[in-house]
Unconditional design. Structure first.
Ligand code: PLP
Length: 379
């Protein structure tokens, strides 16, 4: 039996052993509450502030603009809640291919707070139509939050933050980009008021799960989503996950130090896989943009009864890939992204996502197994 092959790194990544070492070292030695005024607490507080400064430096922003959260989903909820309740946002513009946390937040505020919800057009690869965004924004007097992800987590399709920022700020709209898939993989520079809000989740770049941060432009003041003890300068109550924060700091540092090397490596894997698939399985289609994120490749196989079970069959053969974003119920469901592209029931999507730990021979195994499991019967 072959070793299991993990090709689902957009869902989560294996923690880096150097991160584990830093975390277990701290966990076994210190336990103070960062809010305590004595030395045990102050030592932990210092560690939190060191990570905040490290992240802020890399992103070219102020430490005061970084707030720690339990991850991406909490940051997204906080940003939407704050935009609507503190910044008087009356309209949200997004796409139908955002992460479920964004879509659910946008829908929640449109139902509960009467916030107008509009969707900007995308093309066949999930690229945002900036002309349509301009049209939607021009002449609108409603205070608007534009929420567009930097890299789509299913397709890998990238958005130009510079271009979208220009459009939004020329029209006085606030801009939030879900940067979960690019933080730690892409040299994001948030200086010069590029964005109003951004975020990160450590488990996407070999850090621990359940920890992340959000960036809130220092010119904006939003209310907290979780209230209580006033931690994070009143922006996120609850005793800080210091071990997680320190682990994220190490993962972030490593991701930046090794970014170019990892990017080149993953680009090599991606083009190796595309070449091999084109040769060995020419009927496959490619769902993401051509110059998408180096860590994600989304392919489509013919939709039929047999291929509906392809992910399960791949799993039985020891290959972990996905059809879209990870679903908490573990159930197989149609991807809302593929549906929004108008490809549902035409193709079955398979997302292959790489990390620095992926090796070429695993891609060979993936293609071999896929060839055996696929059916090319068309419906
Ligand atoms: N946004 C995107 C694009 C994601 O890929 C994810 C994770 O799957 C999230 C948000 C949610 O992040 P978290 O798992 O930290 O809640």
């Amino acid at each position: 039996m072959q070793k299991p092959v993990y090709l689902d790194n957009a869902a989560t990544t294996q923690i880096d052993i150097r991160v584990v070492e830093v975390m277990s070292n701290l966990m076994s030695k210190e336990y103070g509450n960062p809010s305590s005024i004595h030395g045990f607490g102050r030592s932990m507080k210092v560690k939190i502030e060191e990570v905040r400064s490290l992240i802020a430096n890399r992103l070219n922003v102020q430490p005061a603009e970084i707030f720690f959260t339990s991850g991406g989903t909490e940051a997204i909820n906080t940003i939407f809640n704050g935009a609507v309740h503190s910044l008087n946002v009356k309209r949200i513009i997004t796409t139908k291919i955002e992460h479920p946390a964004v879509l659910a937040s946008a829908e929640y505020h449109s139902k509960t707070n009467d916030t107008q919800l509009d969707f900007v057009n995308i093309d066949d690869y999930g690229t945002v139509d900036l002309e349509h965004l301009k049209e939607l924004l021009t002449g609108s007097s409603l205070k608007t939050l534009v929420s567009l992800m930097h890299a789509n987590n299913e397709l890998g399709t990238l958005l130009s933050l510079e271009k979208v920022s220009e459009v939004c700020h020329a029209n006085n709209a606030l801009l939030f980009s879900d940067t979960v898939q690019t933080m730690g993989k892409y040299p994001n520079d948030l200086s010069n008021q590029l964005l109003d809000f951004a975020l990160s989740s450590a488990h996407k770049y070999h850090g621990p799960k359940g920890i992340g941060f959000m960036f809130v432009n220092g010119n904006l003041k939003i209310e907290p989503f979780i209230v209580g003890g006033g931690q994070e300068r009143n922006m996120r109550a609850g005793t800080e996950n210091v071990i997680g924060i320190v682990g994220m700091g190490k993962a972030f540092e490593l991701a930046y130090e090794e970014m170019e090397e990892n990017r080149t490596y993953m680009l090599g894997l991606k083009s190796y896989l595309v070449d091999k698939l084109k040769k060995e399985l020419p009927h496959i289609v490619y769902n993401g943009g051509h110059d998408g994120l180096h860590s994600i490749l989304n392919i489509g196989v013919p939709y039929n009864k047999h291929n509906e079970m392809i992910l399960m069959n791949m799993d039985i053969a020891g290959i972990a890939v996905s059809g879209g974003s990870a679903c908490s119920s573990g159930a197989l469901h149609l991807s809302h992204v593929i549906e929004a592209l108008g490809k549902a029931k035409k193709i079955s999507p398979i997302r292959v996502s790489f990390s620095k730990y992926t090796i070429q021979s695993e891609l060979d195994i993936f293609v071999e197994v896929l060839k055996k499991k696929l059916s090319f019967v068309l419906v």
